[in-house]
Design a binder for this molecule. Structure first.
Ligand code: SAH
Length: 337
């Protein structure tokens, strides 16, 4: 049985056509589950009993479960348990501009970035589309408010779960579905080039963020094993093509780790790498994890780095920090559990 929350409207239309029903029924069903937010098929009052029975045979409306919540000023973190007892997490951040939810895309991660908690446990499996959608539905219901922004920056590598993530984006972006604008959705990748290339041809107006964290191959190889497969030359090359094709600005994430990648020399290398590229750099103070050997760059270092970016006309920001008390770095809630 499939879960209805993982079915795009287009695929639901195909299903209705296959059972000789009108395809607009898909829109009716979406209205019940995403606008009215009913929990049972029997509550779909304008749908014939016969159709409801067919839907019940093919689809379920089962939800994943919230098993733990942690709260701090401006942030709330959730641990979910899936059907097979695996656990993933999501974090909501309450900004002035809206509520931004960071969701997980895999149970664990295979990318093995040295500083990241998510990769300590290998990827057990990809999340199904409905398991990503339900993170949104459950959090919206918990906070009794709408989510305005989605970032795919929780546990997992979204481009390692490409097809499910694309269906997820379609449902989230669908005006008749969850209805969050494409420009309010950000996919973050460590740099899987063939998937960046594929993504560039999807014609989605979704934001792309690249986890860079180092501007030379020697260091990036060390921090992010993916760089041994797709090095900086190749990465920058595809990003240039992406920008040309989509006419969209790309974000580079740069986690600031003490004495690892935060010197003046590193900043100048970054300037050199990114000059002339329509991009934006997000400097992220490293979130120290309980079992990590790395620490966060000193504030002075971060400001100095930021100044070098600014002086060289590379647009950048220092990520506002929250959630230090709620183990908000990727994978921490799960790891501690
Ligand atoms: N796999 C994807 C998305 C998930 S990670 C990617 O690599 O982009 C989201 C971001 O958090 C990445 O930039 C990742 O490198 C960063 N990150 C991981 N651990 C962190 C930590 N302890 N502190 C700050 N950022 C961290």
């Amino acid at each position: 049985m499939e879960n209805l929350y993982g079915i795009t409207r287009f695929n639901l239309e195909k299903y209705f056509i296959s059972i000789n029903e009108k395809k607009f029924k898909a829109e009716q069903i979406y209205d019940w589950i995403y606008i009215k937010r009913i929990q049972n098929f029997d509550d779909m009052r304008n749908v014939k009993k016969e159709v409801i029975n067919k839907l019940k045979e093919k689809y379920s409306l089962e939800k994943i479960n919230i098993i733990k919540k942690e709260e701090d000023i401006g942030v709330k973190k959730y641990l979910f348990e899936l059907d097979d007892k695996n656990k993933v997490e999501a974090v909501i951040m309450f900004h002035e501009y809206g509520n931004s939810l960071c969701i997980s895309t895999q149970v664990g991660c295979n990318m093995g970035c040295l500083f990241c908690e998510s990769g300590k446990l290998k990827c057990v499996r990809n999340l199904k589309t409905f398991e990503m959608i339900e993170q949104i539905l459950l959090v919206e219901s918990d906070i009794n408010d709408r989510i305005s922004h989605i970032v795919l920056m929780g546990i997992g590598e979204p481009f390692d779960n490409y097809d499910n993530v694309m269906d997820f984006i379609k449902i989230v972006n669908d005006k008749k579905g969850i209805d969050i604008g494409a420009r309010h959705i950000t996919v973050s990748t460590c740099g899987i080039i063939p998937k960046i290339e594929k993504f560039m041809n999807e014609k989605m107006q979704v934001n792309l963020a690249i986890s860079l964290h180092a501007a030379n191959d020697e260091l990036r190889n060390r921090l992010m094993p993916i760089n041994k497969v797709y090095n900086l030359d190749k990465l920058i090359d595809i990003i240039k093509k992406y920008i040309k094709k989509t006419n969209r600005r790309v974000t580079f994430e740069y986690v600031m780790i003490k004495d690892i990648n935060d010197s003046k020399k590193h900043a100048l290398e970054l300037v050199e790498l990114l000059k002339g590229i329509n991009c934006y750099v997000n400097l992220i103070p490293y979130n120290e994890t309980s079992n990590s050997k790395y620490s966060r760059s000193e504030t002075g270092k971060i400001l100095e780095f930021y100044d070098i970016m600014k002086k060289n006309n590379i647009q950048s920001t220092i990520r506002k920090e929250f959630g230090n008390n709620v183990t908000a770095a990727c994978g921490q809630l799960r790891a501690n559990n």
